[in-house]
Design a protein around this ligand. Structure first.
Ligand code: NAD
Length: 444
């Protein structure tokens, strides 16, 4: 679905109206192209905490040029500030000292990252200062404009060496539509990252199962995981068999046609991945449906079909795969929630309950998983798909514009976020729910 307004604001008359009437100005977002360097420019590194020493080496490993002596006369594509050394509120002024002079030296679509210590792991004034970082990054994300993004990453003690996959994602155009997020590394479970030999193809030799892979966001997830080197098993309903086969043929993948709500679906999936592939490394629960009605008019079928596809099936499949030990060591379980599951939405009590339940599934599993297996979820906002093209025009325009980017995201933005979770180097990224919503004004 094309965004005609975004095209219009790039014309001379459009630019004039945006400037004079203060209309939303959705700038074209840069997105990652296969084989390109992760960052097209230099990243300035500041701050003086327990991460500062290792940061230049980590960026170097990722092929990202960096400097620790930033000069406001130069141009920067990214800024990283290690705030783990801030131990009282008065020291927060270091944020202003570092960022303010450099904010006018940024290239288009800049990526800003603040690194902190999980507040709950420290006490007293340090806890106060670390918690304050959240308000700072979320506000800066709303101010930045020009397609820029700002994130806060809380890195647990001991997880200092496990930040590479996350920095690679957040500093590159792969995170084009992710902003204002708080990410935790090593706060629950592992604090080590598995070694990644090839940063261009981190999923080489891995097997990924994606439900609802015949179209929309699921198809894009399959494509991005394939790009990263995985063998993809696409799952979809029998009615979508021919589309599913066509996509999987193109990706040299495998397919499994079934309804994930069928009683025997978990057993069939577990049997398939074990027999054909000897297990699975990445499981993406993407298949989902909406059947909107206000609760006063909600019939039983609308309620149960949405809950069954979006929540009951992912939970049953996950438990069966874990019980059968079909998920390999350092495996990944990834849910697809929704902004509606966080903020709620009129006509979507069934859908929002199912998507909040997906977040609950992450919470319930995150401490129980062993052998480097992680569970995380994405919560997409307004993504340009057939699903959102069917939304009435006025509602669609509100959904598109009410975010810091003033535009909808693309399926690839959700897929790139999932590929970051799937990365073998993301073992310490567990229990996160990251919104892919251009920092939507709805919800937290
Ligand atoms: P879509 O309708 O285009 O694709 C969903 C896919 O899931 C389809 O291929 C469908 O056949 C498959 N599917 C549905 N029921 C199934 C079942 N019982 N068994 C197997 N496969 C089944 O939807 P989309 O927009 O690509 O959404 C993908 C996911 O992202 C969903 O979970 C959706 O809730 C979520 N999401 C989308 C948006 C958005 O803006 N599009 C926003 C938030 C969340």
């Amino acid at each position: 679905m094309s965004d005609r307004y975004q095209g219009f604001v790039q014309t001379p008359i459009g630019k004039l109206l945006v400037k004079n009437l203060g209309l939303p100005n959705p700038v074209p977002l840069e997105r990652y192209a296969d084989g390109e360097p992760l960052v097209d420019g230099t990243v300035a590194v500041g701050g003086n905490g327990r991460l500062a020493e290792s940061l230049p080496g980590i960026l170097d490993l990722l092929g990202i040029a960096s400097t620790q002596t930033a000069d406001a006369a130069d141009k920067y594509k990214g800024l990283v500030f290690d705030a783990t050394g801030l131990s009282s509120p008065s020291e927060l002024s270091a944020l202003r000292d570092f960022f303010t002079p450099l904010l006018r030296s940024l290239e288009a679509c800049p990526r800003l990252v603040v690194l902190g210590t999980p507040p709950e792991s420290v006490e007293g004034s340090e806890r106060v200062a670390q918690r304050a970082l959240e308000g700072f990054t979320r506000s800066l994300g709303k101010e930045l404009g020009r397609g820029g993004t700002v994130q806060l990453v809380y890195v647990a003690e001991g997880a200092e060496g496990a930040t590479a996959s996350t920095l690679g994602f957040l500093l590159s155009p792969k995170s084009a539509y992710v902003s204002g997020q708080v990410i935790r590394i090593g706060a629950t479970g592992e604090t080590k990252a598995a070694e990644v030999k090839d940063h261009l193809r981190p999923l080489g030799g891995k097997v990924a199962l994606v439900t609802g892979a015949s179209r929309g966001i699921g198809e894009q997830i399959a494509r991005v995981l394939h790009r990263d080197g995985a063998t993809v098993i696409g799952v979809d309903v029998p009615q979508a068999a021919s589309e599913l086969q066509a996509v999987m043929k193109e990706l040299n993948g495998d397919h499994l046609t079934l309804d994930i709500t069928a009683k025997d679906a978990p057993q069939r999936i577990a049997h398939h991945v074990k027999e054909r592939h000897g297990g699975v490394d990445v499981v993406v629960h993407n298949a989902g449906i909406t059947r909107d009605k206000k609760l006063a008019n909600m019939d039983e079928d609308r309620w149960s079909s949405v809950l069954n596809v979006n929540l009951v099936a992912p939970e049953r499949i996950t438990r069966e795969l874990l019980d059968q030990k079909a998920i390999n060591d350092n495996g990944r379980i990834i849910g697809v929630a929704s902004i509606a599951g966080i903020a709620g939405n009129v006509g979507q009590t069934n859908y929002a309950a199912s998507k909040a339940g997906v977040i609950g599934l992450v919470d319930s599993l995150k401490d129980e998983l062993k052998k480097g297996i992680t569970v995380n979820a994405v919560a997409p906002g307004f993504i340009e798909t057939k699903m959102t093209a069917a939304v009435p025009l006025a509602t669609r325009e509100v959904g598109r514009r009410l975010n810091a980017m003033s535009q909808g995201g693309l399926p690839v933005d959700v897929a790139e976020t999932i590929a970051w979770y799937a990365n073998p180097g993301s073992t310490a990224v567990n229990g996160n729910v990251v919104r892919v919503c251009g920092q939507m004004m709805l919800g937290a």
